[in-house]
Design a protein around this ligand. Structure first.
Ligand code: BGC
Length: 746
């Protein structure tokens, strides 16, 4: 064994020396990717192979300096390029050239229901990552919104696998067009932040395949993602980052995916399973990178010396290692060593415009009683802006997605810029929430301290409300712990800092109250019936205030729709009503404490649970209003009967019946009218956003294929389309079905 290895190393070194004069195959871009990978692999020593599969710093892996194979530099993601941190620490490197364009949160992107917005987002953020010379951007996140309490919902794309998948595809393509890899995260079942390293979801295969995997599959196969990040959590007792079922059987096996699996930062706990469980690159195992070794802590990573020694001792073969190295080389050649990739750019006017456009397109008008919005200077003179979120910068905080933004326009600034001439705008704080404004050394430099008592703050807000024609209340959540933040979940759906009481008091003082809720997840709205209008705005990045003003003014007609259900309370959510959250104590195979979380609600996540139990949420999945109105005509299908394997074309005319140009997202749900298994009342299988001038009609068409009609049969381990009758339901939301048409498969 030892002699063979010495010979292989000598041969590798000789072949490198011999190829001195001609361009070696691995550097020759006229060769295929696989030829280059095999050539590079054949030249590498065992130590070099081990070298490239683990980190050399907080965010980089070393490549092979001797062969000129580049380092791989990663960066968070997913909503902007993270500022540089120190080599071995999370703390800032204090660079002065790393302020980025902060884009809207991914929930906002999903709320646009527009793959073109996803493409624009991906292209723009990819350009920023490319300019900063990053090979990998750590995003997008496509974990399913299982509970409104999950601290990272704002980094994901909602509750529906179809919507998340469709939006992920174009994000991935947009980023990778820059020669920058996405790293789709967190594969899989990372659905809560509480106990995130020790959560062990208990999920059956059908639920896994129908709910929790499709968005990842879409990103991997249709998007062509070059890398994936494993989650911190476990699945069936094994950590996700090197879970043989998720990584080997599904991702690399069934999906035949050729990319590289990167661990989440500090998600690896054991060499043996990391070797065999399908992990290709290890990052972040010890947070300061120093304390676990004599000379270089990175040599002590699970996939470093322990792996090297294991191979030398004959404990592991080199087969798995070569597979990992091939995947890392592919990633390198596709990104850092791709001579044809564009140059990228940062902070361009185009990125600013993209940020504002995506933000405005994603804002959701939830309610607009009496058409109070858009704001009309003929009717309104004085506006009271109330609430901390009108002045709070939100690009800093929330965990690894925290950014150092080039600038951030707050809602109040945006309103003053847009309406300063039209209206008298007064501001009142109303409540004091999070005054910190710092994350990992990046500071907003806002001083948000306010020493008034709650009573004083409330009475000042009520006074301002009484004296104004209209109140714009800006509240919701922020990026501090137990809100929209990594590593902790929310403690309840209730708005923090006594906002419910404050909103009630404001409503009493002024009936023209508009609530702009800024959050990345659903909150309880017990006052929803008392306010005139509600806008769901997200974390919108640099252009927050401008994008919100665009919608409040009517410069942009709102067209966002909810990517998740707005539950009235937690008992409307299957995970809380039936499932266990946050789990019960158990032990892993090493005897460590973990939490088993039975996903008893199964496939009944979000609107699937609402439909099954006939519940009335505050706002349903897919809901969103416009300043105009749309009429849906009768849905038709190209054939009422077909055979298995056929595609059906469903069409519906949609007319703008108002007097403003607007966009409407038409949603297609499929219902299996009779099935041998329990199926959801309906499932989203298509959507299309159309722009319509007043009076204009367009016909929207959807193609429905066999897969869209299928369920996952766990016993057969395949998707099954059962012959029988189906119904296509065309709706403006999951609770607002406008037309239905039946067809059958024989
Ligand atoms: C997060 C990842 C992130 C990584 C690197 C982890 O804590 O879960 O999403 O990409 O850190 O910052």
């Amino acid at each position: 064994m030892k002699l063979t290895r010495v010979l292989a190393t000598t041969l590798a070194l000789c072949s490198a020396a011999l190829s001195f004069s001609a361009t070696p195959v691995y550097l020759d871009e006229s060769k295929t990717l696989e030829e280059r990978v095999e050539d590079a692999l054949s030249r590498m020593t065992l130590e070099e192979k081990i070298g490239i599969i683990h980190a050399q710093s907080k965010f980089s892996a070393p490549g092979v300096p001797r062969l000129g194979i580049s380092e791989i530099w990663c960066t968070d993601g997913p909503m902007g390029v993270r500022p540089e941190v120190l080599w071995d620490e999370w703390e800032q490197a204090q660079w002065t050239n790393d302020s980025c364009t902060a884009f809207p949160s991914l929930t906002c992107l999903a709320a646009t229901w527009d793959p073109e917005m996803a493409a624009l987002y991906g292209k723009s953020i990819g350009e920023e990552a490319r300019f900063r010379n990053k090979a990998v951007i750590l995003g997008p996140g496509v974990n399913i919104y299982r509970t409104p309490l999950c601290g990272r919902n704002f980094e994901y794309m909602g509750e529906d696998p179809y919507l998340s998948g469709k939006m992920a595809i174009d994000y991935v393509k947009g980023v990778q067009g820059n020669g920058v890899a996405v790293c789709v995260k967190h594969f899989a079942l990372n659905n809560n932040e509480i106990n995130r390293h020790t959560s062990n979801p208990i999920v059956d295969d059908r639920t896994l395949y129908e709910i929790y995997l499709p968005a990842f599959k879409a990103a991997a196969i249709d998007g062509g993602a070059w890398s994936f990040m494993g989650g911190y959590n476990l699945f069936r007792g094994e950590h996700a980052s090197y879970n043989p079922i998720l990584m080997n059987d599904i991702l690399k096996g069934e999906w035949n995916w050729d990319g590289a699996v990167i661990s989440d930062w500090g998600a690896v706990h054991d060499t043996e399973t990391a070797v065999t469980g399908g992990l290709d690159m290890e990052f972040g195992s010890w947070t300061n990178g120093l304390t676990n070794g004599v000379s270089n802590a990175y040599d002590n990573y699970w996939l470093a010396n322990p792996y090297l020694n294991g191979i030398k001792e004959g404990k592991f073969s080199e087969k798995e290692l070569d597979d990992k190295v091939r995947r890392v080389l592919r990633l390198t050649f596709r990104t850092a060593m791709n001579r044809n990739r564009p140059w990228g750019s940062m902070g361009s006017d185009e990125h600013r415009d993209a940020c504002r456009k995506i933000g405005a397109e994603g804002i959701v008008l939830l309610k607009n009683q009496g058409n109070l919005l858009p704001l009309d200077p003929a009717k309104v003179k004085k506006i009271a802006v109330i609430g901390e979120n009108a002045i709070k910068m939100m690009t800093v905080g929330g965990g690894s997605s925290s950014l150092k933004a080039r600038y951030e326009v707050t809602p109040l600034e945006g309103l003053k810029r847009r309406f300063g001439k039209d209206f008298d705008i007064v501001y009142e704080r109303g409540y004091v929430g999070d005054t910190l404004g710092e994350y990992n050394g990046v500071k907003t430099n806002q001083d948000l301290r306010d020493f008034r008592t709650v009573e004083q703050l409330t009475s000042d807000a009520v006074k301002a409300a009484k004296e104004a024609d209209i109140v714009l209340y800006f509240g919701g959540l922020n990026k501090s712990d137990h809100q929209d933040a990594e590593d902790s979940d929310r403690l309840s759906m209730v708005l923090p800092y006594g906002q419910d009481e404050l909103i009630e008091a404001i409503c009493k003082a002024n009936k023209n109250t508009v609530v702009v809720n800024i959050s990345g997840t659903g909150v309880a709205m017990p006052w929803a019936d008392k306010v005139q209008a509600i806008l769901q705005a997200w974390y919108l990045g640099n252009e927050t205030g401008n994008a919100i003003a665009d919608v409040l003014s009517g410069d942009v007609n709102p067209s966002g729709k909810l990517p998740y259900t707005y539950y009235a309370d937690l008992m409307q959510c299957g995970a809380h009503k039936l499932g266990e959250y946050p789990g019960t104590p158990a032990k892993d195979k090493f005897g460590n404490d973990i939490f088993d979380i039975p996903y008893n609600e199964g496939i009944y996540v979000g609107y699937r649970f609402i439909d099954k139990n006939n519940l009335k949420p505050t706002f349903p999945f897919g809901h969103g209003l416009s300043y105009t109105t749309f009429k849906y005509g009768k849905a038709t299908v190209d054939k009422t009967e077909g055979v298995k394997g056929d595609s059906f074309t469903v069409s519906v005319p949609v007319t703008n019946t108002g007097n403003r140009e607007g966009k409407e997202t038409v949603e297609l749900f499929i219902s299996d009218l009779k099935s041998s298994v329990d199926r959801p009342v309906k499932e989203l299988k298509g959507f299309s956003k159309v722009s319509l001038a007043p009076g204009e009609t367009k016909t929207v068409t959807f193609s429905v294929n066999e897969y869209d009609l299928s369920f996952f049969d766990a016993d057969k381990h395949e998707w099954v389309c059962e012959p029988g009758d189906f119904e296509a339901l065309i709706g403006a939301s999951s609770a607002d079905i406008r037309s239905k048409v039946k067809f059958s498969v024989r």
